[in-house]
Design a protein around this ligand. Structure first.
Ligand code: FAD
Length: 343
């Protein structure tokens, strides 16, 4: 058995990799367990909001992509848009985001072990992963939406409401707008994210289980811009999206990113929250105040959780759903304030 690390991070997605970068900067002896080979891809809308762009820049990272000017909602002939007031966002492929973070982590001297961690044991001084010889003072569960560590520790909380899912695919067509477009359909929302000079990503969010192409047929104007032969990646899916954790700090296990809880992809803030959470987690470990992490995480994510929750619940109420887009169009200042409160 090793003498023990300061931090063992389970999961090398944006949350785990950013946690490792902050930890390395703080001088913590850190190791990551991530079974998938880089660059890791994932179903995602790939719109990095301005907060995420700033957090990546603060980590000294440059991610290639397409600048995003703001958010545009579209329903039939109605449109409303809001520009980001505090710097641009970035449309970036997950593989590019992962490569930039992964490279920086290796440069910082943090090992990434090709290991799947399902079972952890903790005592008063640290956490052990049975059968691996790995031990650390703190274990960070950064293992995503369906966090096996969260499940193994009994920290999952049942969620209510119809489960929603996400599907994504990429098309080799030039972006037609620097805005992230959110098309509101009868049964789904379609996100269009410009990703490069000849690449757009389409992410569909829905409670209806049907193949990507069937769902896309619900958006005839969008489908017309996306000939099937221009599809350049396989469809990837994720869900159910809403996940809750009983706590973010369970003894010596700390949860971050989607593992800490996730509301929905409707407002495109997941990576921002993962990066913010990573910073708060390491700051508390470094200060020796891990129990304050829960408070800091709640404060940092409250506005996003609340706004996303309200929007998703309205979306799922047949009486309210048809009014979301007309209300946003009638109250463009409120829409802009909401977009910028999240961004
Ligand atoms: C359809 C969809 C659209 C989205 N759109 C956006 C968007 O436009 N903008 C945005 O900011 N966010 C978006 N999100 C959210 C965003 O993708 C997530 O919030 C973000 O990826 C969270 O990062 P993470 O590191 O917590 O989790 P993940 O990215 O899921 O990474 C978790 C990692 O843990 C690893 N892992 C899993 N199990 C184990 C194990 N047992 N042992 C070790 N490692 C393990 C996985 O291999 C993975 O690499 C979207 C999500 C979905 C589903």
């Amino acid at each position: 058995m090793s003498r023990g690390h300061d931090l063992l991070i389970v999961g090398g997605g944006p949350a785990g990799l950013a946690t490792a970068l902050h930890a390395a900067r703080a001088g913590l002896d850190t190791v990551i367990a991530e079974p998938r080979r880089p660059p890791v891809d994932k179903a995602c809308g790939e719109g990095l909001m301005p907060g995420a762009v700033r957090a990546l820049a603060a980590l000294g990272l440059e991610v290639p992509g397409h600048p995003l000017t703001g958010i545009r909602y579209i329903q039939g002939s109605r449109q409303v848009q809001a520009a980001f007031r505090h710097g641009p966002g970035l449309g970036a492929r997950r593989t590019d985001l992962h490569s930039a973070l992964h490279r920086a982590v290796l440069d910082a001297g943090v090992p990434v072990l090709p290991l799947r961690v399902e079972d952890v044991r903790q005592d008063t001084t640290g956490v052990t992963v049975p059968g691996t010889g790995l031990r650390a003072r703190w274990l960070v569960a950064a293992d995503g939406l369906h966090s096996p560590v969260r499940r193994s520790l009994g920290l999952e909380v049942k969620t209510r409401g119809a489960p929603r899912y996400g599907l994504r695919q990429h098309y080799a067509v030039p972006p037609w707008s620097p805005y992230v477009e959110v098309h509101w359909g009868a049964h789904a929302e379609a996100y269009v994210t410009p990703l490069g000079p000849a690449l757009v990503g389409i992410a569909l969010l829905t409670a209806r289980r049907a193949p990507f192409t069937t769902q896309l047929d619900g958006f005839p104007e969008l489908a017309a811009r996306l000939p099937p032969e221009t599809a350049v990646t396989p469809v990837r899916g994720a869900g159910p999206l809403r996940q809750r954790a009983r706590t973010r700090a369970h003894g010596r296990v700390l949860l971050v990113g989607d593992a800490a809880g996730y509301v929905d992809a409707l407002t495109g803030e997941g990576v921002s929250l993962a990066l913010t959470g990573a910073e708060a987690l390491v700051a508390n470990v470094r200060r020796g105040t891990p129990s304050r992490y829960e408070t800091d995480w709640s404060r940092a994510t409250r506005r996003h959780r609340l706004l996303t929750d309200v929007l998703v619940r309205a979306r799922q109420q047949p009486a309210l759903a048809p009014h979301i887009m007309p209300t946003a169009a009638r109250l463009p200042r409120l829409f802009a304030a909401a977009v910028n409160a999240l961004a």
